[in-house]
Design a protein around this ligand. Structure first.
Ligand code: GLU
Length: 468
């Protein structure tokens, strides 16, 4: 069997849209699953939009998602010669012709057709004229007038197009540049792409492309047109629905593994499994299991899945991903081991890396500032003896294990007659500045002896200064 060759062919438009990312992902997963190759091609013929910057944005987003390519990036803008040769070949073989009909004339044809309720079609004026190249002429494909063109689509099944509905479409503009349909077919066949997975907004182009393959006597690739990604109102996902760029989700603290898991599940399924690691996706993905119905992008579900990925990720692997989010808060994590321990107290309670960084703040502060409300409620003179006693006990502890800490707290409870909650909340405020945090023993263990004692002493001073 020949090996699978898939491609992702974005037209740069400023950023990588999550819908585009899903197309890239399906092609990449299918290639990786089948031991084939994944090719990246930049369709940059629209000079106005295809800036260096928007191309870089695509690379950056793919790189972050971990979608790597085996060949390319190829740039359509650098392949004009190849398109030219194929256009000439089509003219020579009688499958295409030069057309000198003016834009006004084409407009008239369109209006006439619309007046009779017919589809606007080129009327074939130049089809048999045998014109040669000349200024202002376009090249049109000589499309069959009768019969049908059948798209055998892996996702959609067979779609039959009446050739009478199609027309002699332009393959080369008067400035010599190829149109989308011509460039895509020439690229796909010269790059030996045998599996085309793309959004179903391209279904209407496909009969034209199939006719071009046939005229060029090239074998057809397998086509799989995937339903679009929709917003919650079932219209195509756009900025109206919220963030649509891959990078925006990275900034929100979504993990790349969570986003690819989520995008894969938008349209593809494997039983009722929701959580997939990257390796599982590669092992289980099959283009035949992509469904016909459109996936609705739900940022809330994405966050829930992200929480699961945060939980499943080794703290030491999550650490480098959290660092930039800490940096945004002005926090610097110098010690990898400390950071991994910090993460292990937060990974079951954070939906995003943004949330996790917020939750980690107190671990990295030199000085804790007490939240007014929390301090008012919990740092009261009545707890001063308990804090004092706890400081003494902790100072004597060799090792901050959960067991040792528990017994220190029990002793303080016995001495002061206070219940655990009455001691734990003031300690929490002393150590974190707030009344919400991971488990008290966990944070004591991670913060370590000197930080804990320093912070408890500061809380004690605070209580004393307030009580005069
Ligand atoms: N450049 C096209 C797009 O971004 C994709 C072409 C294709 O996949 O055939 O929509």
């Amino acid at each position: 069997m020949t090996s699978i060759r898939t491609r992702f062919a974005p037209s740069p438009s400023g950023y990588l849209h999550v819908g585009g990312a899903r197309t890239a992902l399906f092609n990449w997963l299918y290639a990786r699953h089948s031991g084939g190759s994944f090719i990246l091609r930049i369709e940059d013929t629209d000079k106005a939009r295809s800036t260096e910057e928007s191309i870089r944005a695509i690379f950056e987003a793919l790189d972050w998602l971990g979608i790597d390519w085996d060949e390319g990036p190829f740039y359509q803008s650098r392949r004009m010669e190849i398109y030219r040769e194929h256009i000439e070949r089509l003219v020579r073989s009688g499958h295409a012709y030069y057309c000198t009909c003016s834009p006004e004339k084409i407009q008239q044809m369109r209006e006439r057709a619309m007046a009779t309720g017919a589809k606007p079609r080129y009327d074939g004026t130049c089809r048999e004229k045998g014109l040669g190249p000349q200024p202002g002429a376009v090249v049109r494909f000589k499309a069959p007038y009768t019969g049908t063109t059948v798209l055998e689509d892996v996702v959609k099944g067979n779609i039959v197009f009446q050739n009478s509905e199609l027309d002699d479409f332009v393959i080369c503009r008067s400035d010599g540049t190829p149109t989308y349909n011509l460039a895509v077919v020439v690229d796909d066949l010269t790059m030996e792409i045998n599996t085309v997975i793309r959004g179903d907004d391209h279904v209407m182009n496909t009969p034209k492309q199939i006719q071009l393959y046939k005229a060029l006597q090239a074998p057809l690739p397998v086509f799989a047109h995937v339903p679009m990604v929709l917003g919650n109102d079932r219209s195509r996902l756009s900025k109206r629905h919220g963030a649509t760029s891959v990078t925006a989700y990275r900034e929100m603290g979504i993990l790349a593994d969570a986003l690819i898991n989520y995008l894969a599940r938008l349209g593809w399924s494997h039983g009722d499994q929701e959580f997939f690691t990257r390796q599982e996706l590669i092992a289980k993905f099959d283009i035949k299991a992509v469904g016909k119905s459109a996936g609705i992008f739900d940022p809330v579900k994405l966050q829930a899945l992200n929480a699961d990925h945060i939980k499943a990720c080794e703290p030491s692997q999550l650490a480098p991903q959290l660092v930039p989010f800490l940096a945004r808060l002005g926090l610097e994590a110098r010690d990898d081991q400390y950071l991994a321990k910090v993460i292990s107290t937060l990974n079951t309670r954070s939906k995003t890396l943004v949330e996790m960084a917020e939750g980690a703040r107190f671990y990295f502060l030199e000085e804790i500032t007490f939240d007014e409300k929390a301090a008012g409620k919990f740092l009261k003179p009545a707890v001063a003896p308990a804090l004092e006693s706890l400081i003494q006990k902790l100072e004597q502890l060799e090792e901050f294990s959960e067991k040792a800490l528990e017994s220190a707290f029990i002793q303080v409870m016995e001495e002061t007659g206070l219940k655990l909650g009455k001691i734990a909340q003031p300690v929490r405020v002393a150590l974190t500045g707030t009344s919400v945090s991971p488990g008290i023993f966990e944070i004591i263990e991670v913060l370590g002896k000197s930080r804990v004692i320093r912070r408890l002493k500061k809380a004690l001073e605070f209580i004393r200064s307030r009580s005069g």
